[in-house]
Ligand binder design. Structure first.
Ligand code: ADP
Length: 471
């Protein structure tokens, strides 16, 4: 069921319910007040009649006999002051003694309950049906000298009250029906207008899906209301999706490209071996060594790609205390062994503990020192230093190498970006080292800064938050 239909149904239901409740309350209040007015008029009239009879009967020596013999004459009823009012006097055995003229041959009914109650000295007032007309009848005992000598009955037709209430019911029912029709029409119109911008959003989204065009955006419908915010959010989501999608496309293209060159080299060397190089020991050794190098390069590339895939998947890192000075000492020893053509030095070294993943942090510093070694010509120097700078710790990897052009510096952390393509590939890098290093730094709530000038060397500074005292 569509939201439009649901809204209309709910709206109509609520309105009908409200109108229905209002009608019931109105009807009940009116019926009650009309009935109270009728009861009051009957009671007043009964009292008047009672008083006038008492005045006549009280003087008699035997009032009961006087009443029974039907000598009592009822006072005339003022038909203008009390329209539809009837009176009658009964003897204690329930036989009619006297009745008002407007009753003609009719008689006000006396129910057994009212009769019994009157004999007990109680007054009752009830609604009884007489010739299809509702009558409100009051029955009251006539008490003279503490004896019940007869029953006074006063009645009034409820036909006017019933007619008024019936008319009211008719009006209210018509009103509710009209309200229901108006609610359905109005509800459908309001739901239509409220949902029209959403329809436009849906249509545009469908067009984007059908055209496979992530570059399209939904036009803002107008004020920044809920729909406006939905469109803004949707467009922002499309921005993000487009960026991610493009990055993904670039990554796949770059990765295939990077994998192709070692594969071509391996293929070429295998061909050489097939064509007879296997029988020539120096040529064979050269081909096998080349194959081995390219395989290592490919393994590194695949490992780096896997690391970045983990980064993209938001894999959480281990979080333990890492003594950064000890880790750096290890890296220093390793770098010294791996780069005999350079002078690798330990500069300033404070003691510092950070919270993080020791393997990832090692990978971060290995990537930076490898780069420093790769882009520094023989005879150059690579210096590692560690500074405590509360609440941070800063690790500097400084080299006296080729440096980085300022135009390249903003891009070197991008995946597969290389400042000097030919030389870098020759240096054996994958173009992913700094992207991985930056991800690791950021995953530790840190950052990497670079300070470099062509021909003057580079300094990569890694800032990591120091572990608190309680860690
Ligand atoms: P690569 O595997 O090519 O080294 P990186 O992501 O580690 O990839 O580095 C990206 C680029 O940044 C490198 O290709 C290189 O041009 C430049 N670069 C990184 N470190 C240095 C450095 N210490 N000195 C000069 N250039 C550097």
């Amino acid at each position: 069921m569509s939201i439009r239909l649901r809204l209309t149904i709910w709206y109509s239901l609520l309105l009908t319910l409200t109108l229905g409740l209002l009608s019931i309350v109105l009807h009940t209040v009116l019926a009650y007040s009309l009935m109270t007015e009728v009861d009051q008029s009957i009671a007043d009239r009964a009292t008047q009649v009672e008083e006038s009879i008492m005045a006549v009967v009280a003087a008699r020596s035997d009032p009961a006999v006087y009443v029974t013999q039907g000598r009592v004459v009822l006072p005339p009823i003022d038909v203008f002051a009390a329209p539809g009012m009837y009176m009658q006097l009964l003897a204690t055995d329930g036989t009619l003694v006297s009745r008002s003229e407007n009753l003609a041959q009719q008689q006000l009914p006396l129910t057994p309950e009212a009769y019994q109650a009157a004999l007990r000295g109680q007054t009752t007032i009830e609604t009884v049906l007489l010739d299809d007309v509702n009558l409100r009848v009051l029955t009251r005992p006539l008490v003279v000298q503490e004896r019940i000598v007869g029953l006074v009955q006063a009645g009034r037709s409820l036909s006017e009250v019933d007619a008024a209430l019936a008319r009211l019911r008719l009006f209210l029912t018509a009103g509710i029906l009209l309200g229901l029709v108006a609610a359905i029409a109005g509800g459908a119109l309001i739901a239509d207008r409220a949902l029209a911008p959403i329809d436009r959003v849906i249509r545009t989204a469908q067009q984007i899906t059908q055209a496979k065009d992530l570059g399209r955006r939904i036009a803002q419908p107008g004020p920044p209301d809920e729909v406006g915010r939905l469109v803004t959010t949707f467009n922002a989501m499309l921005d993000r999706l487009e960026t991610l999608f493009r990055a993904q496309q670039r990554l796949v293209a770059d990765a295939s490209h990077e994998l192709r060159s070692p594969l071509t080299a391996i293929r070429g060397n295998v061909d050489l071996l097939w064509r007879g190089a296997a029988d020539d020991p120096p040529a064979r050794d050269e081909a096998v060594a080349a194959i081995s190098d390219e395989t290592t390069r490919m393994s590194r590339l695949v490992a780096d790609l896997l690391t970045l895939a983990q980064a993209d998947a938001g894999v959480s890192m281990i979080c333990e205390s890492v003594e950064l000075d000890a880790l750096l000492l290890d890296i220093y020893r390793q770098a010294r062994d791996r780069a005999p053509h350079l002078t690798v030095r330990l500069g300033h070294e404070d003691q510092a503990v950070v919270r993080g993943d020791p393997d990832r942090l090692r990978q971060l510093f290995v990537n930076l020192t490898d780069n420093a070694a790769n882009y520094t010509p023989p005879g150059g120097t690579v210096t590692l230093s560690l500074w405590r700078d509360e609440p941070w710790v800063r690790v500097d990897v400084r080299d006296t190498g080729v440096g980085i052009d300022p135009a390249d510096q903003p891009h070197i952390f991008e995946r597969f970006y290389r400042a000097d393509k030919a030389r870098c590939r020759a240096a054996g890098g994958t173009g992913l080292g700094l992207a991985i290093a930056q991800w690791i730094a950021q995953a530790h709530d840190g950052r990497i800064e670079v300070d470099s000038a062509p021909g003057q060397g580079s300094t990569f500074s890694v800032w990591l938050p120091l572990a608190g005292d309680d860690d």
